[in-house]
Ligand binder design. Structure first.
Ligand code: IPE
Ligand code: IPE
Ligand code: MG
Length: 268
């Protein structure tokens, strides 16, 4: 059975190894390829706390969080994961102070421009979900460029949830379904779960198999409310800037041990 056996570069994570997982255990991700999650979604939380714990401004946590995005994306690509969805900015995050918002939007813009060539070269395909309205033009321009530059790629699909809210997504879906009903293009009796899924921002994407949340909170914070109905949840105390290859491997290993029943009795 082909397994994913990868050597770890210890420099790829700033996070000390957890007590329960030895360095040797982490050195290999001994998981049969067909058991890997096809779609991993991540709530990348804890940038501010990471910085505050070190006496640094919150924005330093965001800056370091961008490095974790790169590491995680590269590793998912190496492992042959099909889809990675990253919660970058929620529709509720506009409640934050203006200077932090400005920094985040600027970081997004710069990250998109700086990483484009590498992402193209790695065969990664980038898409975005979330409302465009409210996002600065400069950030949208760089996102659009990266989406266009990678549209023909067939490797890992990275979906960036930016100005995303699960309820806003459902709201938009209901509106577009209602418009079709009003125009006589859709019979209300013919609306199925599939119809709803096809009207979400994530139309055409598989639902996540594994949802990772960093920084310990046990909540969804309005992320992919429809799509994660049967995702396996994995929460770590590790803040996002400390998240690296060892943590990703640990999440995947624990995911593989889970018994997914989808309401039935037999594990799939
Ligand atoms: C996640 O880190 C990044 C965004 C939500 C943009 P936070 O900024 O929420 O960090 P904490 O939760 O305050 O530590
Ligand atoms: C969730 O984190 C949003 C992102 C990671 C982008 P938050 O920090 O916004 O979540 P809450 O406010 O703790 O629920
Ligand atoms: Mg937070």
């Amino acid at each position: 059975m082909p397994c994913v056996r990868l050597k770890l570069d210890p420099n790829r994570s700033a996070q000390p190894m957890s007590q329960s997982t030895s360095a040797a255990e982490l050195a290999l991700l001994d998981v049969p390829r067909e058991r890997l999650p096809r779609h991993i979604a991540i709530i990348m939380d804890g940038n501010g706390r990471w910085a505050q714990q070190r006496g640094l401004p919150r924005i330093e946590g965001h800056r370091r969080g961008a490095d974790s995005v790169r590491t995680t994306t590269e590793e998912c690509s190496r492992l042959g994961i099909a889809q990675l969805t990253l919660y970058c900015f929620s529709s509720e995050n506009w409640k934050r102070p203006r200077p932090e918002l400005n920094f985040l939007m600027n970081l997004l813009e710069r990250y998109m421009a700086q990483q484009r060539a590498e992402v193209v070269q790695q065969g990664i395909k980038v898409t975005m979900i979330g409302r465009r309205e409210g996002l600065p033009d400069a950030a949208l321009r760089e996102i659009d460029r990266t989406v266009a530059a990678t549209s023909g790629n067939t490797g890992l699909q990275v979906c960036l949830a930016i100005n995303y809210g699960g309820r806003a997504e459902l709201n938009d879906a209901v509106r577009s379904i209602a418009r079709k009903v009003q125009l006589g293009q859709l019979d209300p009796e013919a609306i199925t779960e599939q119809t709803i899924a096809q009207h979400l921002y994530t139309a055409g994407m598989q639902d996540p198999d594994l949802l990772i949340r960093t920084a310990g909170e046990l909540r969804l914070s309005n992320f992919l409310l429809w799509q994660i109905s049967y995702a396996e949840l994995w929460v770590t105390e590790c803040c996002w800037p400390d998240f690296g290859v060892p943590q990703l491997h640990q999440a995947i290993r624990e995911y593989v041990q889970r018994n997914r029943r989808f309401g039935g009795l037999v594990s799939s």
